[in-house]
Design a protein around this ligand. Structure first.
Ligand code: DAH
Length: 355
């Protein structure tokens, strides 16, 4: 019997046994691996007499095909066995009740931040961010806030060290400073984020959210500020007309400064924005103080502009009829389920998703 036939019969016999996948892989390597028996026989062909070579090659090819077929069948057989045993052991009981699906909701604050960002981005504002843990310099000094200003008091501000050099930012205004220090005018940004003050009651939480706005260019005036806020409030509350009034105020980083109220009325216990003769304060604003511009290396004789700071949580409460600010941060799932937003169920003025 030729070598080829012997090898073939030996391996066909081996492959008829009860094998697992490792055994079959081993046999495959023994036969067809780089130094496998069959591979080595093929290497011999080159040094054979041509008379001998023809028969040898034909026998070898037939043996190779037969062995390969047997190997493939064996692999298939093992796979089928595995599937059958899985089917037997892992039966699906289609009569069981379905599992609950826990779908998350978007928190009203995240929703409002998205809405605000998309409204301002439509009129050319980009979004900036700053750190929650801020340097005293960016939070106060660079913003022209004097040492004796009440906001610097321990009762108001969470300081993180004895030297009062690090603190939890009390407003988003330091992002104005950071933005202007790292770039060149013009600037047109908003900066939404968390802010902290030592305060807690139904309308104050020690952690709350603000959005800062800043627009600096060569000829920006209070008219632009008014137009911008008017557009924003109308878009945000989805109304065609609003009543807005600027009240003179004081902030160290703006001159002149103003607080802005919007008109509303109560209809069946609900706040309706844009009508009536009651007033609600919603933001602080003004023309950026020349000292602030100097602190960030912007020439106040060439550049000027406005800034504003809006309480985000307050806006959310007004728009979505939520009356206790503290509930925002209690992570009560029932509350979140009620007031949270479905990711696909967005209000009509929300332009963050293309629809
Ligand atoms: N940072 C102020 C606050 O938290 C709000 C504010 C007022 C921001 C006037 C401004 C501004 O940018 O121009 O009370």
């Amino acid at each position: 019997m030729s070598d080829i036939k012997k090898i073939k019969d030996e391996y066909l016999d081996k492959l008829s046994g009860d094998l697992n996948i490792e055994n079959v892989n081993k046999i495959k390597t023994e036969l067809f691996g780089k130094n496998g028996t069959i591979s080595n026989l093929f290497k011999k062909l080159g040094s054979m007499e041509s008379s001998e070579r023809k028969n040898f090659a034909s026998d070898l090819n037939l043996a190779k095909e037969e062995l390969q077929e047997k190997l493939n069948n064996k692999f298939q057989e093992i796979e089928n066995k595995e599937i059958n045993s899985k089917l037997k052991n892992e039966k699906v009981d289609v009569t069981l009740p379905e599992r609950d699906i826990n779908q998350g909701k978007i928190h009203p604050v995240s929703q409002v931040i998205d809405e605000i960002s998309s409204i301002f981005s439509e009129i050319g504002f980009s979004v900036e961010e700053g750190p929650d843990v801020e340097k005293e310099y960016y939070n106060f000094t660079a913003l022209n806030t004097p040492d004796n200003h009440p906001a610097r008091d321990m009762h108001d501000t969470f300081y993180l060290d004895d030297n009062k050099e690090l603190l939890l930012r009390t407003h988003t205004s330091p992002v104005q400073v950071r933005t202007m220090l790292k770039g060149k005018p013009p600037f047109k940004i908003i900066a939404p984020g968390r802010t902290y003050r030592s305060d807690s009651d139904q309308t104050h939480s020690p952690m709350f959210h603000q959005v800062e706005g800043l627009h600096i260019d060569k000829d920006i005036n209070m008219g632009h500020l008014k137009g911008c806020l008017n557009y924003f409030i109308k878009s945000f509350f989805e109304v065609d007309k609003i009543k807005m009034r600027f009240r003179p105020s004081h902030f160290p980083f703006t001159e002149p400064s103003a607080e802005v109220d919007i008109g509303y009325e109560l209809k069946n216990g609900k706040i309706v924005i844009g009508e009536g003769n009651k007033w609600l304060e919603i933001l602080g604003c003004g023309m950026v103080h020349p000292n602030v511009l100097k602190n960030v290396n912007v020439n106040p004789d060439k550049y000027q502009g406005y800034a504003f700071g809006i309480g985000i949580d307050r806006l959310g409460m007004l728009k979505y009829g939520i009356n206790d600010l503290r509930a925002f941060f209690e992570t009560d799932y029932r509350w979140l389920n009620h007031f949270g937003f479905d990711p696909l169920d967005v209000p009509s003025n929300y332009r963050g998703l293309s629809r």
